[in-house]
Design a protein around this ligand. Structure first.
Ligand SMILES: *[C@@H]1O[C@H](CO)[C@@H](O)[C@H](O)[C@H]1NC(C)=O
Ligand SMILES: *[C@@H]1O[C@H](CO)[C@@H](O)[C@H](O)[C@H]1NC(C)=O
Ligand SMILES: *[C@@H]1O[C@H](CO)[C@@H](O)[C@H](O)[C@H]1NC(C)=O
Ligand SMILES: *[C@@H]1O[C@H](CO)[C@@H](O)[C@H](O)[C@H]1NC(C)=O
Length: 402
């Protein structure tokens, strides 16, 4: 029997000419964290039907959209003060090789119906995975599960998970990241030696970029309006635009099941007020109606990773009024798919309210840019155009010195 002598083998290798790339490929290193995030916010209790099974979920959607019924502003019962700490699940990824950009961290906030995997697509990652694309340019990335989805806490679906509390979660999480104390504040869920942890992952970011999709972009706009330059050096709001067709579709057009009943093995832990989109709706809402812009396996993947949403979020979106982010002076790019159904009723050309959207970022120094992604629906990272979209985003950051 032949024994392989390791040192001999290594010695042999030493004489084999090895082609070394001038710059080694940058791959990602990731760890998972549970971050206790302290939050103070004022949410609202709305007079809306209770949702505890699929019949009552449909009843809710019809009730809140019937034209002659009260709008959300007229349904306000009282303020609900939130003052507590939520456990937020996050994934921190850093480049394998330190770069000039590794002290710039991209904080990724997904939209309604998705957890952080929206940015971390496991199907054909070289094409669809935004985290990989950002890391390969040298950035560090923190993606998190919003409150009420993924592996984060899932509190009461009526009054706890709403725009105000989610804006404050993002604010609080950003402060922890900016302070350089993310690791010490968190429970480290990945199995990693503490020396390696500190060596690789102790990110002390000089810059924080807020990157969102859809509802995540809405949260970021509200964050910038409230906190200005304090919590962002740059922002990209995808799946975000103000359109003349924006109200043409409403929640009743997007069928939801009661989450716990629709799939008890996946969503059994979700309580009252949590609903989840049915598969046909995922296609309508996130992809183009035609299959020209997407691959079927990505629709199947979306069904696999879809996340519950709360009726509280819909209520708080119903009383949300955008305020201009007057105190924010960093760069802002907004982008949307050309054939976005929920934002533009299927066609954003001519429906885009450019000057209204620009008006949300009035500082004048922020190099506001809007990009319409051709042949694409609402879910940009899941469309055939995903790689070009990621490139466009990263180019914008680069061009703006970020
Ligand atoms: C809609 O829901 C509200 C709040 O639960 C209830 O007061 C109202 O009667 C409902 N309206 C209809 C038409 O079901
Ligand atoms: C609810 O809170 C808002 C601020 O978030 C405040 O303007 C409003 O007066 C409060 N309403 C009540 C009834 O306390
Ligand atoms: C742009 O904004 C101005 C002032 O707010 C408004 O009068 C005008 O109609 C808007 N233009 C478009 C194309 O929406
Ligand atoms: C604004 O952004 C564009 C890219 O969209 C870039 O080419 C340009 O240099 C930026 N302008 C400034 C003043 O940074």
């Amino acid at each position: 029997m032949m024994m392989l002598n390791l040192s001999a083998a290594l010695g042999l290798l030493a004489f084999i000419p090895i082609t070394v790339n001038a710059s080694p490929a940058i791959t990602n290193n990731c760890i998972e964290l549970l971050v206790p995030v302290p939050v103070k916010a004022t949410n609202i209790e709305y007079d809306i039907p209770r949702v505890h099974d699929t019949i009552s979920a449909v009843n809710w959607a019809v009730n809140v959209t019937t034209w002659s019924n009260k709008n959300y502003a007229a349904r306000i019962i009282r303020n609900v003060t939130i003052s507590q700490t939520f456990n937020i699940h996050a994934k921190l990824c850093v480049p394998s090789v330190a770069t000039s950009k590794s002290s710039t961290i991209q904080l990724l906030t997904a939209g309604n119906g998705f957890d952080k995997r929206y940015w971390d697509v496991e199907v054909n990652p070289s094409k669809y995975n935004y985290i990989d694309a950002a890391i390969s340019k040298g950035y560090s990335v923190l993606a998190y599960d919003k409150l009420g989805c993924g592996k984060s806490d899932k509190p009461d679906g009526y009054t706890m998970v709403q725009v105000p509390s989610e804006v404050e979660i993002l604010a609080s999480l950003t402060r922890i990241v900016r302070s350089g104390k993310l690791l010490s504040a968190s429970e480290i869920l990945s199995n990693i030696k503490s020396t390696e942890l500190l060596k690789k992952f102790n990110v002390r970011p000089k810059k924080v970029l807020q990157i969102g999709h859809s509802y995540g972009s809405v949260l970021i706009q509200a964050l910038l309006a409230k906190y200005g330059d304090e919590l962002a050096d740059g922002a990209i709001l995808t799946g975000f635009l103000v359109s003349s067709q924006a109200t043409a579709n409403n929640v009743a057009h997007f069928d939801h099941d009661y989450a716990a009943e629709s799939d008890s093995s996946r969503f059994g832990r979700y309580g009252p007020g949590y609903i989840v989109l049915v598969k046909a709706t995922l296609q309508k809402l996130f992809f183009r109606g035609t299959s020209a812009g997407f691959e079927k396996k990505l629709l199947d993947y979306t069904e696999k990773i879809k996340q519950p949403e709360t009726v509280g979020v819909y209520g708080s979106e119903g009383t949300l009024s955008f305020s201009p982010a007057a105190g924010y002076s960093g760069p802002v790019m907004t982008m949307a798919g050309e054939f976005d159904y929920p934002l533009c009723n299927g066609d954003c050309k001519g429906a885009y309210e450019a000057n209204y959207t620009m008006g949300l970022f009035p500082a004048g120094t922020n190099n506001f840019t809007f990009h319409l992604v051709p042949e694409t629906g609402h879910a940009l990272t899941l469309a055939k155009s995903a790689a070009e979209t990621a490139q466009k985003m990263l180019d914008y950051l680069e061009d703006n010195g970020l």
